[in-house]
Design a protein around this ligand. Sequence first.
Ligand SMILES: [Zn+2]
Length: 504
Amino acid sequence: MIVGFSNESNEKLGALCRYCKNRLKSVTSAMDKLKFYFAFLLVFTFSSSALTQRIPHTEKYIAPWSCDILITGGTVVTMDSGRRVIENGAVAIKGDKIVAVGPAAVVTKNLTAKRTINARGKVIIPGLINTHTHVPMSLFRGISDDLDLNDWLTRYIFPAEAKNVDEKFVRAGTRLGLAEMIRGGTTTYCDMYYFEDAIADETKKAGVRGVLGETIIKFPVADNKSPEDALAYTEKFIKKWKNDPLIVPAAAPHAPYTLETATLKAIRAQSDRLDSAVVIHVAETKKERDDIFALYGKTPAAYLDSIGFLSNRTIAAHSVWLRPDEVDIYKKHGVGVAHNPTSNMKLASGVAPIPEMLAKDIAVGLGTDGAASNNDLDMWEEIDLAAKLHKLTSNDPKTLPAEMAFEMATIRGARALHLDDLIGSLEIGKRADIAIVDLDSLNQTPYFNIYSALVYTTKATDVRSVIINGRLVMLDRRLLTLNETAIKVDANRYREKIINSLKQ
Ligand SMILES: [Zn+2]
């Protein structure tokens, strides 16, 4: 039987003379050989190109391959859809992407790495995602405490901002906040402030990923004197940063109570036109809910829905005073939520209906809010507090288990920022945003369950090394892209200036 020839052809072959038969046989056998070589070539080409793009899942022969950074020997908490946790695992990075995740013995087979990080005894996690902050406000850390939001804002924050915020202030505060976030293993943050273009510049220089929104608010502020000016600034800002590998530019309308309906509609139109994200505070306090209801006859999220503001590019911070029908409105539009347990507790704003949102699989991430109301940018505290706060208010210790709290700081947080195709888990093809965390500090010893250790015992000081977009930004607790000493000197200089400004 000659492969590739039909029976009919074989019969015809029988009718030919011996010479012709032999000629035909040699031709068909040459064709067989060609087919074999072609098939071999296909298999070889496929397997060698696949090596740099797919997990080497098997123990079979793997051709030599290379990567830029190899992290090996640690417990890999992938946060992928199967929630794989790999003991003695490894992650390989090439350029800005993850190219292999799996058992160390498999990933490292025939692998040459330009740089190897030994993570033995440590845990390798997706970088944490802080879904809501105002990074330059780190310079207002501790300016006033133990007040409700209204008093805190009108008596301290707004006057201090009016007298101190300029581009230099924003840059110094951003560097301070970025250094603190990197130290704690945060690799992506979502921001809302003024001079956001300067924030983007500092963030890019530090090598951190940011969804950065320029604040639009109805009264004059440091960089823009009207919502129209702020909208024009935002337009330029979004166009400038649109294709940056680290910066995701956004609009940041402050809140429904600090903007007119027409401005909110214009911001939605701009977001449609530029395909850009919109960051907003929604229903942070009971006062906001009551004021909006008195004005429009609707509660805040229902009001935003009624004017066509919400979309699957919206990132809504707080959402504390949401009714069940408003949770459904979020679900309908695919709104991402930034839950800020520390800030909500400290300002006594209330408890957001997070278990109700999670029951409907809404994308809820965690955020620190600004360091002025937290008073730090430590995501590990948010993870811990989110898990505990909702147990307390539901009177049920099974509410918001540890694994879910960690999910909110990683892959679900990525969903909240509408970036889950790029970040939030350790998977092949995703951006290499990774933190390497100790597992043997006193506060973690002994450890039995990885999610329990990550959620209830790990502190920001346990984070050892951080990689963002394939670039090392902290190695063995040494910051590589920011000058810690200079940052502290700048911050303390601003402390004096802020104290004097509030005396005037
Ligand atoms: Zn906020």
